[in-house]
Design a protein around this ligand. Structure first.
Ligand code: FAD
Length: 189
């Protein structure tokens, strides 16, 4: 079995929608399909999305990587797909991720600043910059707060607190009394 790794950059064809739960909705759908398919094909890797551009990295058995990339290239949700890395590897470097998702976050912005880049444009990355991006995917933590493209940290959504159990009981009791009173009043008429 021969293993390969593949990285590419592309441009999204959709207009970015407001972030929901830390992820742009089109990207969320792509992730859902990717995680299902990649887990089945034993592929690991990560996806960056920012400035309406993608950077994706995949590792796995050569046939599976090529088959998946074949489908990805046909997808009209992105265009100008540019292969940045495609080469054999000895072993996987991602242990348990079928498709890690890292939004354009603080660490990516620091990376852009370090390289004097004013926007996320992976199609223009040098090979060193690609390797650095891959390392960023590896290092990013699953549990980290998701950050939207404006770097506004999306706080974990809290359920509205609603009524306390005691208040709820009181309201139900009052409603039952009211209904009872109405029935009694009705019977007197
Ligand atoms: P299907 O059952 O054919 O579709 C899965 C879902 O995606 C459905 O809800 C369907 O409505 C929706 N969908 C498919 N194509 C479109 C479209 N053109 N526009 C809107 N919705 C659509 N697939 C992987 O398996 N692994 C990956 O790592 C991966 N990475 C991707 C990265 C990017 C940037 C993009 C754009 C796509 C990626 N995809 C990936 C998706 C891939 O292009 C195929 O859509 C997918 O592999 C089809 O798999 P399926 O036949 O199981 O899904």
């Amino acid at each position: 079995m021969s293993l390969i790794r593949l990285a590419y950059a592309s441009e999204a064809t959709f207009d970015a929608q407001p972030v929901e739960k830390g992820v742009e909705p089109h990207v969320a759908r792509i992730l859902l399909t990717s995680r299902k398919n990649n887990a089945r094909a034993n592929l690991v890797g990560g996806l960056y999305y920012g400035n309406n551009r993608f950077f994706q990295y995949l590792e796995g058995e050569e046939n599976e990587v090529r088959k998946t990339f074949g489908r990805i290239k046909e997808d009209d949700r992105h265009r100008n797909i540019m292969t940045l890395i495609e080469e054999p590897i000895e072993a996987r470097t991602f242990s348990d991720w079928s498709m890690k998702y890292v939004p354009l976050s603080a660490d990516v912005r620091r990376f852009l600043e370090r390289h004097g880049l004013d926007s996320f444009n992976p199609q223009a990355f040098s090979s060193e910059q690609c390797e650095e991006m891959i390392q960023l995917i590896r290092d990013s933590k699953q549990g980290q707060k998701l950050v939207n493209h404006d770097e506004t940290v999306t706080a974990p959504s809290r359920k509205p607190s609603g009524f306390s159990p005691a208040l709820r009981f009181g309201l139900i009791a009052a409603a039952v009394c009211l209904v009872g009173a109405l029935i009694y009043a009705g019977s007197l008429l």
